[in-house]
Design a protein around this ligand. Structure first.
Ligand code: BYC
Length: 469
């Protein structure tokens, strides 16, 4: 299983050459993917040599190979964690029964919808980030952007493999549609809200990889529990790559905060006067991307979530930690909106699973924010970044259409509209942040608004030629 045939057209550890029909179908999809990549992938950098990590196997030591490569030549492959013999359903109505290697007919549509939704986010994020190469703060960051992009491309391959293998003609059609929708397009938008928002500068990119990629971690973890074994195995390996994406985001914002603090000390508290970003503006972008990402967990009370859990398709984050895996008759205590008022009440657990996952996600975000605040404190500055309430600025679910402050206090629409600019980036903030985005492509040099990283990639120095110009 660990032996990967990298000389095949599509590198894989799924014995693709043993299924000629599937191999042919995927080899037909491959040039469509490359066309999409050339059209919608990183603008202006396709012919450059980039120092990239490529997944070459699923062995824990040595799964990745690092080298300079031109992005269109990146070896996007299909990798599933090895099958564990005797694995059983870990939750839901089929708890304890052997996992499935095929999709049962009655769950086909539900399963396909989840795989398509997951798959859709991957090319969407590449599209959202396609212009960022023009304004990278350093070669180190430029390389990290492209690393994230090519791996999102590989995650698309992972979902397309499942669609082609287990969903026949429908699956092949869905795979084509994944290349046809476009982030932010009025007629053919991507499926989920946050994936249609522009990521128009590097502060948003860092926030996106901190908060939105972290939704990816939680959604993939929930699917990694699946009783549909090929889905579980593919998501497990995707999580290995996902960790670096969140590192790019968390450390990116951390570096912005560090530099902001340095400039505050140099300028009597006004980093903007020295071409930096003030902490209040960083807070606004955190408010924006955190809340856009909260929406990605779906409605607070969801029969879709209950159905997916019952069917054994989508579990909880680290299902093993729990004692009870059927969740019949149990409840989750949470805030809900009733007659326009917030009340705390018990909701049947299966219907509350989106909120259960969102709650775990919020705790994880808070751990990252605590590390940011330690950086600010270490710089001797009295300021804390705070995660806003999960009710603030919501566009999906129960809180959408009501108005709350970041502290979670309910208010009327007019007051909210008047105060919005205190909490979320204004047009002027966008213009200011964009004005800072000037490319720095000299080896070892860094834009003024962000501190250098603590170390380089793969043990290399920070001034390594991560991108050959
Ligand atoms: N925007 O029952 P509901 C990642 C729709 S990120 C627009 O409340 P459900 C990545 C929903 O589709 C992880 N529409 O929610 C990160 C449904 O529509 P239909 C991506 C939304 O179904 C960075 C209706 O509202 N993976 O990997 O329980 C870079 C009612 O839905 C939204 C997944 O999302 C929204 N935000 O849960 C690259 C995992 N939310 O069917 C990659 C797969 C809901 O009535 N997806 N709707 O027409 C899922 O598990 C579920 O589809 C969701 C929604 C959690 C997204």
């Amino acid at each position: 299983m660990g032996n990967v045939l990298t000389d095949e057209k599509i590198p894989n550890n799924v014995n693709l050459s043993g299924d000629k029909r599937l191999q042919r179908a995927l080899e037909e999809w491959q040039p469509h993917f490359i066309d999409w990549w050339k059209q919608m992938g990183p603008l202006g950098w396709q012919e450059r040599d980039i120092y990239l990590r490529t997944a070459v196997s699923v062995e824990t030591d040595g799964w990745a190979h690092f080298d300079h490569v031109k992005m269109p030549d990146y070896r996007w492959g299909i990798f599933l964690e090895p099958k564990k013999e005797g694995r059983t359903h870990g939750f839901g109505d089929f708890y304890g029964q052997p996992v499935w290697d095929e999709v049962p007919g009655e769950f086909r549509n539900l399963m396909k919808r989840l795989i398509v939704t997951q798959g859709d986010t991957e090319p969407a994020s590449v599209e959202q980030q396609r212009d960022l190469g023009a304004t990278a703060p350093s070669l180190y960051d430029l390389r990290n952007l492209f690393q994230v992009n090519v791996e999102e491309g590989r995650h698309l391959w992972a979902m397309v493999y499942l669609l082609h293998t287990y969903f026949g003609r429908d699956g092949r059609e869905e795979a084509e549609e994944l290349l046809a929708r476009r982030s932010g397009d009025a007629d053919k938008p991507r499926i989920l809200g946050a994936f249609n928002e522009p990521t128009s500068h590097w502060l948003s990119f860092y926030m996106f990889t901190m908060f939105t990629d972290r939704d990816g971690k939680y959604q993939l973890s929930a699917l990694a529990e699946s009783g549909f074994d090929p889905l579980a195995r593919t998501c497990r390996f995707m999580l290995t790559e996902e960790a670096h994406h969140m590192f790019v985001g968390e450390s990116g914002v951390q570096r912005v905060l560090k530099r902001s603090c340095e400039l505050m000390k140099e300028t009597d508290g006004d980093p903007r006067s020295a071409g930096g970003i003030d902490l209040a503006t960083v807070q606004k972008y955190a408010n924006l991307w955190f809340t856009l990402s909260l929406d990605l967990f779906g409605g607070e009370v969801s029969s879709n979530a209950a159905d997916a859990f019952a069917a054994g398709i989508k579990g909880r984050y680290k299902e093993d930690r729990y004692d009870e895996h059927k969740l019949v008759g149990s409840h989750f205590a949470m805030d809900v909106l009733e007659g326009g008022k917030v009340v705390h009440k018990d909701v049947p657990m299966r219907n509350a699973l989106n909120e259960v996952l969102r709650t775990e996600y919020i705790k994880d975000c808070q751990r990252g924010v605590d590390r940011w605040n330690k950086t600010i404190k270490d710089e001797g500055i009295d300021f804390e970044i705070k995660l806003p309430s999960h009710k603030f600025h919501r566009q999906i679910g129960m809180w959408a259409g009501s108005y709350f402050t970041p502290a979670g206090e309910q208010l009327d629409a007019a007051t909210y509209a008047a105060r919005r600019g205190e909490w979320l980036p204004s047009e002027a903030d966008e213009v200011y942040i964009k004005s800072l985005m000037k490319p720095v492509y000299e080896r070892g040099k860094m834009a003024n608004w962000v501190a250098p990283p603590l170390r380089g990639i793969n043990g290399l120095p920070e001034d390594f030629e991560y991108v050959r110009l």
